[in-house]
Design a protein around this ligand. Structure first.
Ligand SMILES: [Zn+2]
Ligand SMILES: [Zn+2]
Length: 592
């Protein structure tokens, strides 16, 4: 039985291009049909072109006054392009806007007072629904779903912030290890295990965050900023393609430990730099892998710092890891210690002797006068820094360079096309799999120590910590690092700015935008809404393809309106565009 050919499509497949010894498939055959583009692919392609989220989360909004409901799609908010390219791109544009705005600021970004309204309770309820869903997914180990919900939660929390609520609703869901790392030391440490202070001059830190202004002989002033790259040490000589000349002598273990502890080293660097320079230096940057797969970091810095000072601080900065020794791996992943349910303890599989507990292992370090940190991370000798003038093409180019890889997983930043490159990645990953990520990591069992808060669920070599995943290359923490007083705005503020700009250009007032009307102003009474998550199977939720089509149409109309508004603006003497606005206009990628 042959499926009927769609009327009107058949001729395209048999277009009379008789240049062919190439055999044309028989019209109407399966082969001919396979040549036609699949409409669903075209739909996704178009959605991507128009910046429409490919995996929107349907939300039901009920008008509390009229009882009318409406299903509104919330963008999935993915930051990696393998999940959702449009959302990842949108996120990168916002990050670029954020970096651009903070970089060359001339005034202090004082955080403004935030309105405290209580009309947003419904959003918090929705946040509760997501929390419930996440918990349900986590209990049944549907980890993909958990990750998706985490992104939805982040997006919603941004929406909550945009709605004018201050602070977080709840602490973010991180891997337990990250939480631990950020919470800082809870255990009292002996003086010996404290970080030694680097030998650097110390000054009192002024609250100033903007750079120095220079005056030229002709009276004109300028205020340059900087760009800085910090790199880790060498683990052995590498080829052009990033692979070691001698894999057997390349120090994979140090590479793995350095990658895992790189974020702490960066934190220390900024602390030390501020103390040494005596002002509240601000930065925005990204951590990404080099071709040799070790992390490095690019930063935009507001103001200037002598290059020599940057080098001195980098050379003097280090982070000591005071953990039990990992010199001997006492157990293999295939024959690990076993859990003794009665003793609630991990024991040797043969002797049944309990392994040292975390506290016992740390006490042993305290009592040993010759104890040394199990690992010390330092920067490599390569510290690149240069000045960047505001408003130049160089400044924009550097900005693109800094954010180049933020939509990709660490392991996808550089091609691993050759066998040699794949083998290099494989060896690093194998090392990362047995490297303890935190004091709670299951891998401690391999070294004969029970991790902190050990339970019977631990699986050495299978810890879920991000640094053990192949795609992370050991870069487990945040990849984007922005200091607190950078632009004085959160990412959602920047998102709201982009919307405002589009509205202003289109001549749409906030009043007309109804639900988003500024509360408190003497304008119309703000609408009251209740939000809830809708399920894709709910009757009032149209199929995904319908929703995508609708969003594409909306975007297409909006884009053409925006284009003509821009032309009008260019022709007439209309809106005074700031640098950011001009940039938004140039990319045509406002965010609405
Ligand atoms: Zn999306
Ligand atoms: Zn781990």
């Amino acid at each position: 039985m042959t499926a009927p050919t769609l009327p009107g499509l058949a001729p395209a497949a048999t277009s009379p291009e008789d240049k062919a010894p190439v055999k044309q498939p028989r019209p109407g055959s399966r082969a001919a049909r396979m040549l036609l583009p699949r409409s669903v692919d075209v739909l996704k392609e178009l959605a991507t072109d128009y910046g429409v989220c490919l995996r929107p989360i349907p939300m039901r909004r009920t008008d509390l006054d009229t009882g009318q409901t409406e299903v509104i799609d919330l963008p999935c908010g993915a930051t990696r392009e393998d999940k959702c390219l449009p959302c990842a791109r949108r996120n990168r544009r916002l990050r670029q806007a954020q970096i651009r705005e903070g970089w060359h600021r001339e005034d202090e970004p004082l955080p403004g007072p935030e309105p405290a309204t209580d009309d947003q309770k419904s959003l918090i309820v929705l946040r509760g629904h997501l929390e419930f869903e996440r918990d349900t997914a986590a209990r049944s180990a549907r980890w993909d779903e958990v990750a998706d919900l985490d992104e939805a939660i982040r997006e919603l929390e941004e929406a909550i912030t945009t709605e004018g609520l201050r602070g977080r609703v709840a602490p973010p869901h991180q891997s337990p290890d990250e939480e631990e790392a950020e919470a800082g030391p809870r255990r009292k440490r002996s003086t010996r295990r404290r970080q030694d202070a680097p030998e650097l001059p110390r000054r009192k830190v002024e609250p100033r965050t903007v750079g120095k202004i220079y005056t030229a002989p002709d009276g004109s002033t300028y205020q340059p900023s900087m760009w800085l790259t910090l790199t880790l040490d060498s683990y052995g000589p590498v080829r052009e393609d990033g692979t070691p000349l001698n894999p057997a002598r390349y120090d994979y273990r140090r590479a793995a430990w350095d990658a895992v502890h790189f974020p702490r080293l960066l934190d220390r660097f900024w602390q030390n730099l501020r103390r040494c320079e005596g002002w509240n230096v601000q930065y925005a940057g990204c951590v990404e892998p080099q071709r040799r797969l070790a992390p490095h970091a690019h930063f935009a810095i507001r103001g200037t710092i002598p290059r020599e000072a940057l080098r001195t601080v980098a050379a003097a900065t280090y982070h000591q890891v005071w953990w039990p020794s990992v010199d001997v791996q006492r157990y293999g992943v295939d024959r690990p210690p076993v859990w003794d349910e009665q003793a609630k303890s991990w024991v040797d599989p043969d002797t049944r002797i309990p392994l040292a507990t975390w506290d016992e292992a740390l006490d042993a370090i305290d009592e040993d006068p010759d104890a040394e940190p199990v690992h010390v991370v330092r920067f490599g000798a390569q510290v690149d820094a240069r000045g960047v003038m505001p408003g130049t093409e160089d400044s924009e180019r550097t900005l693109r360079y800094i954010t180049k890889y933020i939509t990709k997983h660490a392991a996808d930043c550089h091609p691993t096309g050759t066998e040699r490159q794949r083998a290099h990645l494989e060896r690093l990953w194998r090392q990362l799999q047995v490297t303890p990520c935190t004091d709670r990591c299951a891998n401690w069992l391999l070294y004969g120590v029970q991790p902190k808060k050990a339970t019977g669920k631990l699986r050495p070599g299978r810890c879920k910590g991000k640094v053990h995943q192949r795609s992370s290359l050991g870069i487990g923490g945040r990849r984007i690092l922005i200091s607190r007083d950078w632009s004085g705005k959160t990412l959602s503020d920047h998102k709201a700015d982009a919307r405002e700009w589009v509205r202003a250009l289109l001549g749409v007032t906030t009043d007309a935008a109804g639900a988003d009307a500024e509360p408190g102003a003497a304008g119309p009474v703000p609408l009251r809404h209740a939000w809830e998550m809708a399920r894709p199977t709910d009757r009032d939720v149209p199929p995904l393809a319908h929703r995508l089509l609708r969003s594409i149409s909306e975007r297409a109309r909006w884009r053409s309106q925006l284009l003509s508004a821009k032309e009008r603006a260019a022709a007439g003497s209309s809106p005074n565009l700031s640098a950011t606005d001009r940039h938004t206009a140039a990319t045509g990628e406002g965010d609405i």
